[in-house]
Write a protein that binds this ligand. Structure first.
Ligand SMILES: [Zn+2]
Length: 452
């Protein structure tokens, strides 16, 4: 017994303070507007609550000390709840054990830190030098090169561009792992006809880790694993003017940023939108790069968790004018993602499943860059593990997401791949009386010649 106690003390000493021991993740169902209002107020006033999911159902990560008072508060207000995770520290231990690496080479079935991913990107661009090209959009706040890989079929012809980024939220580790998996599939899977068909139609720009500074921070130690934002240093605008870090890079885009919908002005919160649109270096870099990118035809912003295909608009519950076509391709994704493992995704705008939010990347791509096929993905799972998905789910996530991305891009129609402004110009051009006259004249000439 004494040996056991000594061993436990030693384990605790070696592994350090157990930051999340006894913490729970609780799912709360809002059945009325009154419930929703109460829950929103609770989030605003209780600084210790970490929101994992928001919408009709909320998922809260609660510190152990707060559990009993929260449950009492829910019962008093007639709000029902279920406990998804009974002890968060156990879940983190499970993830850590699942991520043990045996090989010195890059392991696509494990969660890798930024230095390992960076090295693999450099390695891939050297190994597949005729079809994988490293691109760099600029430096992050902490001075990292914000890089990705352009994958082509190597025929030297420019094609419409599909952009895919992962890891905009630091703690969503399955996202960079899935983008890396897809990138590797595009580069190595010669036997898969869908890969060659997709590469015959498109050039792919893949950025596995968008928010590099935040992602690096989540690998610092156990206590930082659940960090969501960037790492820019700020100060509170009101007393006590505390120093705070990071803004939410998916509330910081130059698209309806000023409305501040489901975004905060308080830098201590997880949903801080930053002092101005594009204040976060990683966002400003990609915005500038995308504005200059020719022929951007589809944009994918990859998150976790909830199993959703999110469509525009994000900032309002109104639907995009191209919604029927956007939904059709979203449904193709959802159908394909379910084929291997029966993983069920829902398709629609964020206001339907989560909440509307301003300053999001999919709205920037759709609104400013006129990209019709602009989507956000929420990958596995539906809350059982949430952000702490064990590494043995990377491969199934990679397989099903690759299937679905390939099916979706191959289902896109050429007439929606030119920007809305180009489409508008084409319609205006065809409606111009002078152009119509010339077209009628040419068609008559054609008929005349055929009849002669
Ligand atoms: Zn996210």
């Amino acid at each position: 017994m004494e040996t056991l106690i000594a061993f436990s003390v030693l384990v605790l000493f070696v592994s350090g303070y157990e930051e999340f021991r006894g913490d729970q993740v609780v799912r709360v169902k809002a059945k009325s507007l009154a419930h929703l209002t109460l829950l929103k107020k609770y989030i605003e006033t209780e600084k210790n609550v970490d929101v994992w999911g928001e919408g009709e159902e909320y998922e809260f990560h609660l510190p152990s000390k707060q559990i009993s008072s929260f449950e009492k508060w829910l019962t008093e207000n007639g709000i029902s709840y279920e406990v998804l995770v009974f002890d968060l520290e156990d879940l983190l231990n499970e993830e850590e054990v699942s991520n043990t690496k045996n090989s010195s080479t890059f392991d696509y079935n494990k969660y890798n830190d930024w230095s390992e991913i960076k090295e693999e990107l450099l390695h891939l661009s050297r190994k597949h030098s005729s079809k994988a090209f490293l691109f760099n959009v600029g430096k992050t706040y902490e001075g990292e090169d914000q890089i990705g890989i352009k994958v082509t079929n190597g025929d030297g012809r420019s094609k419409p561009v599909v952009w895919i980024d992962g890891g905009i939220h630091a703690r969503e580790w399955i996202s960079p792992a899935t983008v890396m998996y897809f990138m590797n599939k595009l580069l190595t899977n010669k036997a898969d006809d869908r890969v060659s068909q997709a590469l015959a139609k498109y050039d792919f720009y893949l950025m596995p880790v968008f928010n590099i500074d935040g992602y690096k921070y989540t690998f610092t130690n156990r206590s930082t694993r659940l960090w969501r934002k960037t790492r820019t240093k700020y100060k509170e605008s009101k007393p006590p003017y505390k120093t705070c870090y990071g803004a939410d890079p998916n509330r910081n885009w130059d698209s309806h940023w000023e409305t501040g919908i489901n975004a905060s002005d308080n830098c201590t919160t997880d949903y801080y939108r930053g002092p101005f649109a594009g204040s976060e270096k990683c966002v400003a870099n990609v915005q500038t790069f995308l504005r200059q990118l020719k022929n951007l035809t589809s944009y994918w912003n990859i998150h976790a968790f909830s199993q959703l295909v999110l469509t525009t608009w994000s900032w309002t519950s109104a639907l995009s004018k191209d919604y029927p076509e956007i939904k059709r391709v979203g449904d193709v994704f959802a159908e394909a993602v379910s084929k291997r493992y029966g993983t069920h995704y829902k398709v629609g705008p964020p206001s339907r499943f989560l909440y509307p939010a301003s300053g999001c990347s999919i709205d920037f791509a759709h609104d400013e860059l006129k990209v019709v096929y602009s989507y956000g993905l929420e990958l596995r799972d539906k809350g059982h593990y949430g952000f702490i998905l064990p590494a043995n789910q990377i491969q199934p996530s990679g397989e099903e997401t690759s299937d679905a991305l390939l099916a979706a891009v191959l289902a896109m129609k050429p007439e929606y791949q030119m920007s809305s402004s180009s489409r508008a110009t084409r319609i205006r051009f065809l409606n111009d009386p002078a152009v119509l006259f010339i077209l009628v004249f040419l068609s008559n000439l054609f008929i005349y010649r055929n009849c002669s």
